[in-house]
Design a protein around this ligand. Structure first.
Ligand SMILES: *Cc1c(COP(=O)(O)O)cnc(C)c1O
Length: 463
């Protein structure tokens, strides 16, 4: 008997509304509607408590890279808990799974990155980046280098530093963010902001904003630039090929640290181990989380290049920073078992050479739909932009976002989990997706678009 069958759905919904404050949720609206109760996951499939089967097009929340229900990870966690469920890494102690994981991560990271600082989440990891880059410059005798440059519509988590580094206006509007010392430049969002420019020219133009900002602030005051190789929560924004090399060139020119937030792009999502590999950049720091454990247990970290690590290690002085669960042995054991699966099943190569190109080809076929303005995908991360007239993509639905949520609700109804960002639909399915499941995903996505189109016609959107 499933654990969840012990609790009738109606009781769960009522108790949920009474006691459970959900993340990123309008609580009043949820209480009226009642939460969907997910009870089981297997591979790319989910089941809810009413028996509906859903194709998980979002890998949980961008993390279940090896798919749901892998017994190898459960077994590794069980074994580790039996031996040593928890011990800390403060006070000159360590534990085998954390050490093995650090070694393993150094082996798959770019050659110049060989150390890791562990956290329990991506948000904590980005908080660590902020503190670490300021500490680095202080140790180097340049304490004025305090400012971190990030981008509008970026997502770097939900803690004070994470939300401040992120460029989400609604988040900044609550609680007086961003905190001091963080500024934002434009994003490389061609569909939304390219205004018909050639992709490559637009990529260079968006990157030039970084140089302008550095000169305005004075390079002697700038510590680092941070960006997601592909913006995830911002709407799967895939920058033009010219963008990242130019960002790297500018960072090097002004001796500014480059931090890549690999929380979504890492661990095979793009068909390379990291998004930085995909775009050919060499960041000084990389934030990891999500796919490192496929979400089976919480774990994140900051991967640190030799250049930065040498200063942190050799210039001495304690770095007064860390978390109780930094290097948690059971979470590390889950990560090791997850990396075993990724490597044994060749999932990174599979995304590069097999299922990635296959799903990309199928996804592109949706471009002929009467409300699709653009389809895009790298590896297994993609988006559909919904517009009222694909022949004139600068026209948008008004108000923005309403059509996206209608489509997202239809997706759930047809049996596909997609997420809506503004009026785009985004997907990032598990890397284990089969060809047949990819066909099914695209069939359900088309059905979603048809249902949305019919609904919009009923509402008179097309006059
Ligand atoms: C999810 C996410 C984070 C935050 O990770 P949490 O584990 O939710 O704290 C940070 N950066 C990116 C790019 C993310 O997608």
């Amino acid at each position: 008997m499933l654990q969840s069958n012990l609790y009738p759905t109606a009781d769960l919904r009522a108790a949920d509304a009474r006691h459970y404050l959900h993340p990123f949720t309008d609580h009043k609206a949820l209480a009226e509607e009642g939460a969907r109760v997910i009870v089981k996951g297997d591979g790319v499939w989910l089941w809810d408590s009413e028996g509906n089967k859903l194709l998980d097009g979002m890998s949980g929340l961008w993390c279940t890279n090896v798919g749901h229900g892998r017994p190898e990870i459960a077994d590794a966690v069980h074994a580790q808990m039996g031996e040593l469920a928890f011990y800390n890494s403060f006070f000159k102690t360590t534990n085998a799974p954390a050490v093995r994981l650090a070694e393993r991560l150094a082996a798959i990271a770019p050659a110049h990155i060989n150390k890791v600082f562990f956290t329990s989440s991506g948000s904590e990891a980005n908080d660590t980046v902020l503190r670490m880059v300021r500490h680095y410059w202080a140790l180097k005798g340049q304490p004025n280098r305090q400012i971190v440059i990030a981008r509008h519509n970026a997502y770097h988590g939900s803690t004070m530093a994470g939300a401040s580094l992120g460029g989400m206006k609604p988040m900044h509007a609550q609680g007086g963010l961003p905190i001091p010392g963080i500024v934002h430049i434009r994003q490389p969002y061609w569909f939304g902001e390219g205004h018909g420019m050639a992709h490559d020219a637009f990529g260079l133009q968006a990157a030039a904003d970084l140089e302008r900002m550095i000169r305005t602030l004075g390079p002697e005051n700038v510590a680092a630039f941070i960006g997601e190789p592909i913006q995830g929560a911002g709407g799967v924004i895939i920058p033009p090929a010219t963008y990242w090399p130019e960002i790297q060139r500018i960072c090097r020119k002004y001796d500014i640290l480059l931090a890549a937030d690999e929380v979504i792009c890492g661990f095979g999502r793009t068909g390379r181990w990291f998004g930085s590999d995909y775009f050919g950049i060499e960041p000084d720091l990389m934030t990891i989380a999500k796919g490192v454990t496929s979400g089976y247990l919480p774990l994140g970290g900051v991967m640190v290049s030799d250049k930065v690590a040498d200063v942190l290690v050799n210039l001495g002085e304690e770095f007064y920073h860390g978390y109780t669960y930094s290097g948690h042995p059971t979470c590390a054991a889950a990560a090791l078992a997850n990396l075993d699966i990724i490597q044994r099943e060749g999932l990174v190569e599979r995304v590069a050479n097999d299922i990635g190109p296959y799903l990309q080809g199928r996804w592109k076929t949706l471009a002929d739909h009467p409300i699709v303005g653009e389809t895009r995908m790298v590896g297994l991360i993609g988006a559909l932009e919904l517009v009222p007239d694909p022949k004139n993509i600068s026209n948008r639905f008004t108000p923005t976002g309403a059509v996206g949520s209608i489509a997202r609700d239809y997706a759930f109804q047809t049996g596909l989990v997609m997420r809506a960002v503004r009026d785009s639909l985004i997907i990032a399915p598990p890397l284990t997706l089969t060809h047949a499941e990819a066909d099914e995903l695209v069939r359900l996505a088309r059905q979603t678009l048809d249902l949305t189109y019919e609904e919009l016609k009923r509402r008179g959107v097309f006059g």
